[in-house]
Ligand binder design. Structure first.
Ligand code: ATP
Ligand code: MG
Length: 249
């Protein structure tokens, strides 16, 4: 379904007129199939969010390509209604002039016509699934805590059950008890709607809970790839170090 092929990305380093560049992604390649949940684990600055922007087609790779069902994701028609995301920086992904209700229904009305009553019912049901309730509908983003705003973004992203959902560090700002509820929601949608996820996280336990396979990122490269059931077999030192803090490898 998703094919990332020899993707490289560099950014300018220093001032606007500086010629120095920083290679953030170095020849990244992997494939993903429908219904799969792929975890991406790596330390801060290793290029995870950059990769998610390339998969969403918001930025273009310096070289290489990202294909969805064989077509380049930089074409908006390819990803519309099919690939969606919840970003790490949720404050910027939620329009400050929208109420929670407006934010949640926006993607739904873009793909199908529904009456207001059925939209409200659906919005309340989505809010309940992320551990909030109907009393949040009329609130604005500045009236929400960080974790609540993040949960509204999750409700909005799953509302149209896109085929592929990119989740960039989405559970870390949420209470542990609700984290499990949200991971269960992702798991149910994966089973029932055959949704696929790219689950970017620092939290190896959350990745192990939800993912089928995990990629370890280090300094812009994939240094290890492993099915979740075989994590104890990893050989790369960095992956071992990360895992060693949770299980004995
Ligand atoms: N638009 C940009 N312009 C210049 N440099 C950038 C830009 N976006 C990212 N970078 C740099 O690219 C590197 C990778 O950033 P990225 O946000 O992808 O890391 P990350 O793995 O998501 O980190 P974190 O776990 O902290 O979210 C960093 O060194 C960052 O400073
Ligand atoms: Mg990031």
């Amino acid at each position: 379904m998703l094919s990332v092929e020899k993707v490289c990305k560099s950014y300018h380093k220093g001032g606007l007129f500086s010629r120095k560049t920083l290679a953030v992604l170095k020849h990244i390649s992997f494939e993903m199939c429908r219904g799969e949940c792929l975890g991406i684990i790596g330390e801060s600055g290793s290029g995870k969010s950059t990769l998610s922007r390339l998969i969403l087609g918001i930025e273009k790779p310096g070289s290489g390509q990202v294909l969805y069902d064989g077509r380049n994701v930089t074409d908006p028609g390819v990803r519309r209604g099919k690939i969606s995301a919840v970003f790490q920086d949720y404050t910027s992904s939620f329009n400050p002039n929208y109420t929670v209700y407006e934010a949640i229904i926006e993607p739904m009305i873009m793909i199908e016509r529904r009456n207001r009553k059925s939209l409200t019912t659906r919005a309340v049901s989505l809010l309940t699934q992320v551990g909030l309730d109907g009393s949040y509908l009329e609130k604005y983003p500045h009236e929400l805590s960080g974790g609540e705003a993040q949960r509204v973004c999750i409700a909005r992203a799953v509302s149209t059950t896109p085929a592929l959902l990119v989740l960039d560090e989405v559970v870390s700002s949420i209470d542990v008890s609700i984290q499990v509820q949200i991971l269960d929601l992702f798991y149910t949608l994966k089973k029932e709607m055959d949704m696929s996820y790219i689950f970017i996280t620092h939290d190896i336990q959350a990745a192990a809970y939800l993912c089928d396979r995990v990629l370890f990122f280090y300094d812009g490269s994939i240094v290890e790839e492993s099915p979740v059931m075989e994590l104890y077999k990893v050989r790369n030192e960095y992956a071992k170090k990360l895992l060693g803090s949770v299980i004995s490898v």
